[in-house]
Design a protein around this ligand. Structure first.
Ligand code: PMP
Length: 304
């Protein structure tokens, strides 16, 4: 049983088990949906739930629907209100992970563009301060699908089949995470995460033309690395062997936050331990997201 009493379906707060779609809907048949994963960080001192970079998530959500030629759905303002109503209905006093999905409902076939349904769910997902031992990554034998076939830039449900193949292979082979290369053999991203390297005293990350999702956490990392650690980021092609030359490697995403990778294909990265820059960036990121500092208040939306 999930630990939330309510979900939000088409703007209405409903009991969790009543948030259903029909098996004949285009989203069930073909995965025709787009979504956002958003974090709400609970700040104990202020008794407040801070939604992190909500505007940017809503912007990308609108772009994904436009690129999928969906009929017009609720406005960003209506979505924000529904999301906040859901958090309040569930009376969350903990950090949560929110999923907002726009999907093609009804009886249509593959080319249907509506009716567009909206589903919002939120479940507690506590975050820890510890970085842990660091993740082991496998370079997947699965290729990241190219922009000319299934654009990674669009955050649509069906894209996750590609990520799932890589993740399942990595897990079965005893790794924590998969790194996918693109059709040019360059590093793309990990399932639900973007990747950074620390090399020659600056950060490096695959550019936007490497079949990645334009990640909000990636953008945040670039900004906070420059602002707080005076570290520049170069966005460019990355060869797989560069991962082995890096002093540090980490991945980032809304769900994953910022976490170290300490080996790639069982070859240790840097010292083989979580790096100082990764650890520091994670600390800065969490203190901003949780609202422990007054910095970047424009990135936090108070839900209560
Ligand atoms: N890549 C993919 C494929 C993802 O699904 C995600 C998670 N949304 C990310 C990267 C990280 O994106 P963000 O930082 O916006 O969560």
């Amino acid at each position: 049983m999930p630990s939330a009493e309510f979900a939000c379906l088409n703007g209405k707060i409903v009991p969790w088990n009543d948030a259903r779609v029909h098996v004949f809907s285009p989203v069930a048949k073909y995965g025709i949906g787009v979504f956002e994963g958003i974090r709400g960080y609970w700040n104990e001192c202020e008794e407040q739930l801070f939604l992190f970079r909500l505007d940017e998530h809503l912007e990308r959500y609108a772009f994904s629907q436009k690129a999928m030629r969906f009929d017009e759905g609720p406005s960003s303002r209506e979505l924000m209100q529904a999301l906040i109503a859901l958090c309040r209905a569930n009376q969350f006093c903990t950090t949560v992970h929110i999923r907002m999905m726009a999907f093609v409902d009804g009886l249509g076939e593959m080319s249907a563009t509506g009716p567009v349904g909206t589903a919002i769910t939120a479940l507690p997902r506590v975050t820890t301060r510890q970085v842990g031992r660091g993740a082991s990554a496998q370079i997947s034998s699965w290729m990241r699908m190219p922009d000319s076939a299934m654009p990674a830039r669009i955050k649509c449900n069906a894209n996750y089949h590609n990520s799932r193949l890589a993740l399942m292979q990595a897990k079965l082979d005893g790794y924590d995470v998969a790194f996918l290369l693109n059709s040019r053999g360059k590093l793309a991203e990990a399932p639900a995460m973007c990747v950074f390297l620390l090399r020659h005293g600056h950060l490096v990350t695959p550019s936007g033309s490497n079949d990645i999702l334009e990640s909000i956490t990636r953008r945040t990392v670039i900004e906070i690395a420059e602002e707080y650690l005076h570290l520049k980021t170069v966005e460019r092609d990355v060869d797989r062997t560069e991962l082995l030359l890096a002093d540090e490697v980490f991945y980032c995403g809304t769900g994953a936050e910022i976490a170290p990778v300490t080996s790639v294909d069982r070859i240790s990265v840097g010292s083989g331990k979580p790096g100082a820059v990764t650890t520091e960036l994670r600390k800065i990121y969490l203190s901003i997201a949780m609202g422990e500092t007054k910095d970047h208040s424009e990135w936090r939306t108070a839900a209560y």
